[in-house]
Design a binder for this molecule. Structure first.
Ligand code: FES
Length: 226
């Protein structure tokens, strides 16, 4: 039998009528999380910053990480661009790549791993080097993006070096349905474009050149360079 008394007018109960759950208890220190203020375990080994002298770092990657660090007053603020540089170098943020960035930035690998595992554009599992993000948000979806995504996934299914994923609004709804291919915005897409995208990527060509957003005629002639 229900513990909630029936309404006088016989109408249905809403969720607001349900008994409230008991409040989550707080601990003496005021937090709901046990142990947050426990002392650190001083018997553990301290986190170690990899030694640059014994950590081989490709010259190009080192230059990009140092350039990123030079743009911020606190070098740790360069974590995201530095990890992107490593991801471009290796295709993903592998433990070795993270060690190399940590050595250049003079931070612990754990610090960088915490950043890499938080942002979903940074990947800590092996993946293809080419990223195809098909927008399946509302504007693109209304113009057939779901079918484009399925066709794109099928077309690249056997290509190890192409990673296809659906994405939330990429901010280019005026060319819906669209995709970001290695950062190049292309649209409006048709089913026939899917095979072209795969072929262009495999050939190392510009992707769907005639449908690139930055090549569209624009009132501002300098917009493409911005
Ligand atoms: S909904 Fe696809 S770019 Fe905005």
């Amino acid at each position: 039998m229900s513990a909630i008394p029936a309404r006088r007018d016989g109408s249905e109960h809403s969720d607001w009528d349900l008994p409230r759950r008991p409040a989550v208890p707080r601990f003496a220190h005021g937090s709901r999380v046990p142990g947050w203020d426990d002392a650190v375990d001083l018997t553990k080994d301290p986190a170690v910053v990899p030694d640059l002298a014994t950590t081989p770092v490709p010259e190009g990657l080192r230059e990009r990480v140092e350039a990123a660090m030079s743009r911020y007053p606190d070098r740790r603020s360069a974590a995201i661009p530095a990890l992107h540089a490593a991801q471009e170098e290796y295709g993903w943020c592998s433990p070795e790549a993270i060690d190399q960035v940590a050595a250049v930035m003079r931070v612990t690998p754990a610090y960088l791993t915490s950043v890499a595992t938080f942002y979903d554009m940074l990947v800590t599992e092996p993946k293809g080097r080419n990223d195809v993000f098909v927008c399946t948000n509302i504007s693109c979806s209304l113009r057939g993006a779901d079918a484009i995504f399925e066709a794109m996934s099928a077309a690249a299914a056997d290509e190890e070096d192409i990673t296809v994923r659906s994405f939330e609004c990429l901010g280019a709804c005026d060319i819906a349905p669209m995709a970001s291919v290695n950062g190049e915005y292309v649209g409006p897409l048709e089913r026939g474009d899917v095979a072209r995208i795969v072929a262009d990527l495999l050939a190392g060509r510009e992707v769907l050149e005639e449908k690139q957003l930055r090549r569209r005629p624009c009132a501002d002639p300098g917009a493409a360079e911005q």
